[in-house]
Design a protein around this ligand. Structure first.
Ligand SMILES: Nc1ncnc2c1ncn2[C@@H]1O[C@H](COP(=O)(O)OP(=O)(O)OP(=O)(O)O)[C@@H](O)[C@H]1O
Ligand SMILES: [Mg+2]
Length: 452
């Protein structure tokens, strides 16, 4: 596999949330080969930096040289550069090799510790910034570098222009510390562009700046243009914050692997549903459990955020005289009704990720209870008017009701119908295969009861 080579020239964070640890995860997640020149070792966790050891400038240079001579560096980023001497050594080495460079002008850690000595700011401005392809100050750093007090987008623009005068090709003033929205401002070739996302109220923001600049370096290494690199990196960091790593007592780490994990999970969910469909299609007794409106079997990813994270069968599982047949391949977002029940159940119990709707009968309910399954019902005629009026709200409402009554997510939830509504049973499970096996077991037992 031929991969582009990216380098991070930065400090190590023993807590694994920021620094080279975050950068390497980011490089791996974005498909470039990650290399390092470690500048300082920090003893750090999610709430404090306890001690710092700066490595000798000669060793920092040697690390860059060793990699550059051997495999070449397609792009690099700098993070924590603690002292003037380190900045000078790094600047000289970068000038020597001439690769595209992202400068993250790290000054203060999220926990408050100084990561750049005060007298080093001038060195940063004079030596390093002129070599940068992109520089990514946060609001406070942009204030220090530009001398402009920043209150909002207008001052971000002034500061970006002022910082570009120091010699950076492009400037991204990061708005992670803005009050309303997380808006990053790019200034490049005389034009401004805003990259916005909602402000995520998550505790997982340790390492945002590091991962963001590492993502930019990865994009540049792959040959993307500057605007495209910022767009990709902004999306990347948003996911990394939203699905961060819940460890530690302070500001918890972002998860640069979040997108990869989610993509891998989507694939597994898809495969699980395909296997479950095969099982159901192989059992002719199942047709007895298919209601008039037909069935859907659905499964959600871990931490689903909406219908698009739930895979189902577009066109449903159709009842045949002798069994069932999926009318199409599994796809995400294909189910509304059954998916809405799973989304509600999953909020109460993350282990519950799949469900299938079945034809209601008293015998089925009795059989389930006899099998030791927990079953909870709700009365659709008690549905409040404002719920009834909105399409798609009945099932989430009823599912909530039944879960509340049971005190947990039961194995099955049923209702006995209402005017124009067919009675229905929703059978839940860990995954689609689990649900399919339960359905097959119930279908065969029902048939056995009928015959016996
Ligand atoms: N709460 C949040 N919600 C959404 N995006 C955020 C949030 N916090 C930061 N970001 C985004 O993360 C990236 C980093 O921005 P931020 O301003 O936090 O950098 P920083 O202060 O240098 O971070 P660090 O303290 O990790 O060095 C930006 O793209 C920013 O928009
Ligand atoms: Mg930062």
């Amino acid at each position: 596999m031929k991969l582009k080579v990216a380098m991070t020239i930065a400090g190590s964070d023993s807590g694994g949330g920021a620094g080279i640890e975050a950068d390497l995860k980011t490089f791996a997640a974005l498909g470039v080969h990650g290399t390092v020149s470690i500048t300082s070792i920090t003893a750090q966790n999610t709430y404090e930096v306890r001690s710092i050891l700066d490595l000798p400038p000669s060793l920092i240079r040697d690390q860059i040289e060793a990699v550059a001579e051997d495999m070449g560096i397609d792009a690099a980023k700098t993070g924590m550069l603690h002292t003037r001497e380190i900045i000078r050594a790094v600047s000289e080495e970068i000038e020597r090799w001439g690769f595209p460079l992202v400068v993250d002008p790290v000054m203060i850690a999220k926990s408050g510790a100084r990561l750049l000595e005060e007298d080093a700011v001038e060195e940063l401005k004079k030596r390093l910034i002129p070599l940068s392809t992109v520089i990514t100050p946060n609001l406070m750093e942009a204030e220090v570098l530009s001398g402009i007090k920043i209150r909002g987008i207008e001052e971000m623009k002034l500061a970006a222009r002022r910082i570009s005068e120091l010699g950076a090709k492009a400037v991204v003033v990061k708005g992670g510390h803005l009050k309303e929205r997380a808006a990053d401002l790019l200034y490049f070739e005389g034009r401004f562009r805003l990259f916005e996302s909602e402000r995520i109220a998550a505790k997982t923001t340790h390492g945002t700046g590091c991962s963001f600049s590492a993502a930019l370096a990865a994009c540049l290494a792959k040959g993307l243009g500057i605007e495209e690199s910022v767009r990709v990196s902004k999306e990347f960091i948003t996911d990394a914050i939203r699905f961060g790593v819940e460890v530690g007592k302070g500001t918890m780490p972002v998860n640069p692997m979040a997108r990869l994990y989610r993509d891998a999970d989507r694939f597994r969910v898809m495969e699980n549903l395909a296997e479950a469909i095969k099982l159901l299609e192989g059992c002719k007794e199942v047709s007895e459990l298919i209601p008039e409106v037909q069935s859907n079997l659905v499964m959600a990813t871990v931490n689903p955020t909406g219908f698009w994270d739930v895979v189902g069968i577009d066109g449903r599982l159709v009842r045949l005289r002798d069994g069932v047949k999926a009318s199409s391949c599994p796809s995400f977002g294909a189910s509304r009704h059954v998916a809405s029940a799973v989304l509600v159940a999953n909020k109460h119990d993350p282990e519950v990720r799949a469900a299938m709707n079945l034809k209601y009968s008293k015998r089925l309910i009795e059989l389930m209870k006899g099998e030791g399954m927990s079953v909870s019902g709700y009365d659709r005629s008690k549905e409040p008017k404002e719920v009834k009026e909105v399409e798609g709200r009945s099932i989430p409402w009823g599912t909530e009701e039944a879960i509340r009554a049971a005190g947990r997510v039961p194995d099955a939830i049923y209702h006995t119908g209402d005017w124009g509504k067919e009675p229905m049973v929703m059978l839940f499970g860990r995954d689609a295969v689990d649900v399919a096996k339960k359905v097959i077991g119930l279908a065969r037992k029902l048939k056995g009861l009928e015959l016996g």
